[in-house]
Design a protein around this ligand. Structure first.
Ligand code: GDP
Ligand code: IMO
Ligand code: MG
Length: 407
């Protein structure tokens, strides 16, 4: 069974945590998009792991993980990450494989990424990891794939500095190279997780373009990046936070007002530890945006939602969520493509009573206080999508499922 896990907002929803949690039951994890721009955090027994390229199932010793075809992989970042895992006594050898179709990020792409973004009239605020440059070169058909490392003419064409950079990684990269279609065809019938990076609203086509990343982080991306085709996807799981966050620039209609709501802003940022895993930048925070979430559900055929960070609201007297936008006096319930409209949108909020109690020990829907259940129920009603997983803390164990995800 092939289950796709994507972010349903602007990234950092807790995908790493959810994949790690479900990875207990699945044997294969495939990261299908993005590169070292991602930062997926897993906390297990008090130890925190920050993964950027390696799929989040790696902590389970029996799992095999794959870096998919639509990923852009910086070899330096990859081997640093693998060394970090080794330091934590995570034995990854023989369990990490890379699609021969995946593209490679070279050091000068990182520099170019930073340079180009700083020269933009309206910078995107990229992570500076060379992601956009690599995807652009890929589209221009000038990038280099893992499979090309044994193509002598292609290697001869490389600039000296690029060849010199790749040289020390060649043997190790080639030893991890696989035909992902063959691997997953042979594994069909097993429980396979497809781990997305970024989020639906950072997808190149479906997101808030141009304030997006350059890959296909939506569920459809799993069909290509995972080399399996769209009809092989059995289920799509969308991870979202009880509120909204965003790193970098671009519209965010429900962002808290930094002046008039500075207390709420600081509270959510500090309680939710909302600082980027990859760049350390403070994340922008705001109300849960149900207009955007429903759009993500519909444009990604999300079957089941996973709600994270519900605990962050534990001490609030009231909790609010956005149910529509006011754009120039018009009530809008459909997520607009226009950046100008999104920038003008002011959120229309629905207020819920806070639960004012710690959710940390809750391990079932029935354990949740009535006020928290009301919030959960309303989100389901608004989005028309079942919330099947609820996370009430950052640790692996602070999680419960309401239904068997593998059914
Ligand atoms: P990802 O990119 O989607 O994997 O998410 P990140 O790892 O970038 O950011 C999520 C952050 O929230 C991490 O620091 C997690 O440890 C933390 N986290 C995940 N789920 C929960 C939760 O339910 N409650 C709280 N308080 N923190 C969570
Ligand atoms: P995970 O997988 C949050 C954002 C950047 C920037 C924009 C483009 O951890 O959820 P890029 O370097 O990709 O060209 O930057 O996308 N961005 C993310 N924001 N989480 C991520 O990944 C992100 N990956 C990219 O901040 O606004
Ligand atoms: Mg992240």
């Amino acid at each position: 069974m092939n289950v796709v896990v994507i972010g349903a907002q602007w990234g950092d929803e807790g995908k790493g945590k959810v994949v790690d949690y479900l990875g207990n039951e699945s044997q294969y994890i495939v990261r299908f998009s993005g590169g070292a721009n991602a930062g997926h955090t897993i906390v297990n027994n008090g130890v925190q792991y920050a993964l950027h390229l390696v799929p989040s199932g790696i902590l389970h010793p029996n799992n095999t993980v794959y870096l998919g075809a639509a990923m852009v992989i910086d070899p330096e970042a990859l081997f640093n990450e693998l060394a970090m895992l080794k330091e934590h006594n995570i034995n990854w050898e023989g369990r990490v494989f890379i699609s021969d179709r995946a593209h490679l990020v070279l050091p000068r792409y990182r520099e170019l990424d930073i340079q180009r973004d700083s020269m933009r009239k309206r910078p995107i605020g990229t992570t500076g990891r060379g992601i956009g440059i690599t995807y652009a070169l890929k589209s221009e058909r000038d990038s280099i794939r893992l499979a090309d490392l044994t193509w002598k003419e292609k290697m001869d064409d490389l600039e000296d500095a690029d060849r010199a950079f790749l040289e020390p990684y060649l043997d190790r990269l080639l030893s991890m190279k696989v035909n992902l279609t063959t691997e997953l065809w042979n594994a069909r019938g097993k429980k396979i997780l497809f781990e997305g990076a970024q989020g639906a609203l950072l997808d190149l086509d479906l997101g808030t373009y141009p304030y997006v990343s350059s890959g296909f982080s939506s569920a459809a991306g799993a069909a290509i990046g995972g080399c399996i085709g769209p009809r092989a996807i059995d289920k799509v799981l969308g991870v979202f936070k009880a509120y909204s966050t965003r790193v970098g620039n671009g519209p965010m209609p429900t962002e808290f007002n930094a002046d008039s709501q500075s207390e709420l802003y600081n509270f959510v940022r500090d309680t939710g530890r909302e600082y980027g895993v990859t760049t350390g930048r403070p994340r922008r925070c705001g109300y849960l945006d149900l207009v955007a979430l429903r759009y993500a559900c519909r444009s990604n055929s999300i079957d089941t939602l996973a709600l994270t960070h519900l605990d962050v609201y534990d001490t609030l007297d009231t909790v609010e969520a956005c149910i529509a936008y006011n754009i120039d006096g018009t009530i809008v319930e459909e997520f607009p493509a226009s950046i100008e409209d999104l920038n003008k949108a002011t959120p229309i909020l629905k207020t819920f009573k806070g639960w004012n109690t710690s959710l940390k020990e809750c391990r079932s829907y029935d354990d949740l206080p009535a006020e928290a259940r009301e919030y959960v129920d309303f989100i389901e009603l608004y989005t028309g999508t079942r919330i099947g997983i609820i996370s009430v803390g950052f640790d692996r164990n602070d999680t419960f499922v309401r239904e068997n995800i593998w059914k």
